[in-house]
Structures are given as C-alpha cells and as structure tokens.
Design a protein around this ligand. Sequence first.
Ligand SMILES: C[S@@+](CC[C@H](N)C(=O)[O-])C[C@H]1O[C@@H](n2cnc3c(N)ncnc32)[C@H](O)[C@@H]1O
Length: 269
Amino acid sequence: MSDSTKTWQRALTKDGSRTLLDPEGLACHSWEGAWQQAVERYAGGVEFSERGDAVVRLLDVGVGLGLNMAAALAAVEGGERCLEVTGLELHLEPLQLAIAEPEPMAGPWHQAVGEALAAALDLARQDPERADQEGVPLGQRSRLWLRLGDARKTIRALAPERRFDAVFMDPFAPADQSDLWQGDFLQAIAERMDPGSRLVTYCAASAMRADLLRAGLLVGRLGRVGRKAEGTVAAPHPADLPPLPPRALRRLRQRAAESVSEGTPDDSQ
Ligand SMILES: C[S@@+](CC[C@H](N)C(=O)[O-])C[C@H]1O[C@@H](n2cnc3c(N)ncnc32)[C@H](O)[C@@H]1O
C-alpha cells in the first residue's frame, strides 16, 4: 500500500542546484548536478544551433521541475530564435514546486519556465481547448503546450501535424519505471521526429538503445557528464552522430533483432 503522507521533496545536488525526490525517493536528476545535467546532457546533447530554423520544436518528456526546459530556453532564446515546447508530465506536484521557487542557478530561464507552467495550468483549468490549440507564452518569444497525464496517452492525442526538431527523453530510470522506455512509446516518439532532429537521454541501457534502433532511429553515444560515463543520442537520418564502438553497435543490432526489452545495470542517472 502506498504511503499517502509521502510527498515530493527538494534535495541539493553537487553543483549547488536542487533536484526533486519523488514520494518513493527517486531523484529527478544526477546527484553530480541537476543544472549541469540539464545544460550539458540535454541542451548540449541535442546541439540546438543545428536544429530547426527560426523556430525550434522541442518534445520534453517528463517536464518535472522544468530544468531541462530552462536549459533549452537559454540555448535557443540566447541565440535569438524561438522555442516551441510540448511538455508531457504525469504529476502536478513537480510543476507546482517549479512554479513556487525558481532554481537560482538557472537564472531568468527557470523563472520564465515557472511563469509559463503557471499560465499553462491556469489556462487548462479555464479553457482546455484554447490551452491545447494556442499554448501559452514562454520567455521572450517562445511558447509552451503542457499536456498533463500519462505521456503514453498524451503523445497519441497530439495533433498529427505536431512534429519535433529535438526530444528530451527524461523519465525515471528503466529499472524504476519501465513503462516509458518501452518500444511502442519510443516508436510513437520516433514517428514525430523530423529528418534533422535529435533525441537525447541520460539513459545508456542497451535494451533502450535496441528499442530506438527498432523504432527506425540511428543511435549514437554521448560522452561523460558528471559521474555518468555516457548518454544516448538518436536521429532518424544518417547524421554525424557520435558513434558507438563497432562491437557495441553489432551487439545492439543483434539485440534489436530480438523482441524482449529488459533493463541493464547502467540505467541510472
Ligand atoms: C527524471 S524526472 C524529470 C526531470 C525534468 N526533466 C527536469 O528537467 O526537471 C521524471 C519526470 O517524469 C514524470 N513522469 C513519470 N511517469 C510519467 C508518465 N507516465 N508520463 C509523463 N510523465 C511522467 C515524473 O512525474 C517526473 O516529473
């Protein structure tokens, strides 16, 4: 039976920024640095300067505290372009904590994310149809469409023409939460990725990488961030992805030819 007295809690990480622990104690970010992970793994990993054109369309899976979104906003608006974020989140509590207290290390970018999340929740309460269609302003010239609910369902409810230049894949680790790492959800994401797009995740599990291959994406390896030796980048078209070692790629292709997904010990943040 779950303990209804448990709540989401803030916790300090080593770079001085704060993460959240869910009611079961799962951390939303690396203990080495929540903001470091958002900036280096996520915003850095998709290389925003190479994505989209005047507008960059981002799918943010597991909005949580919104640090990844803030890092994306810094990268895109800092370069004088606009970001259009579709954010998928199951729980209200991490959003409310982001709204209540912006992360100082993330500066005005996280403040802007908090304001947009508050506006999106208000609009969804008052006029859900308008919230779906128009979204809300984010930062100086960007927009946010927030979809509350299970991402496996909310992604299917997006308008068919909604496609993405970048995807942040940031649910809890497969060992703790296998549902969002399953092949059919990854397939639903892959179907919405434009030719020049990139998906980035902290996860380096071979089962997940094999599922990305099965979904028709090419898979590459991102280098160390903090204590996490590698992350994963994926793209729909041949691109200069940082390559996996040839032996690892051969094994992955073999695995992709099999059907069952399971986690590996290297799934944590
Ligand atoms: C690792 S945290 C995300 C941290 C966040 N990206 C950030 O930058 O602060 C994982 C998030 O996934 C959310 N989540 C868990 N299950 C989900 C589901 N089925 N659909 C959508 N979001 C989910 C959790 O509530 C949590 O906020």
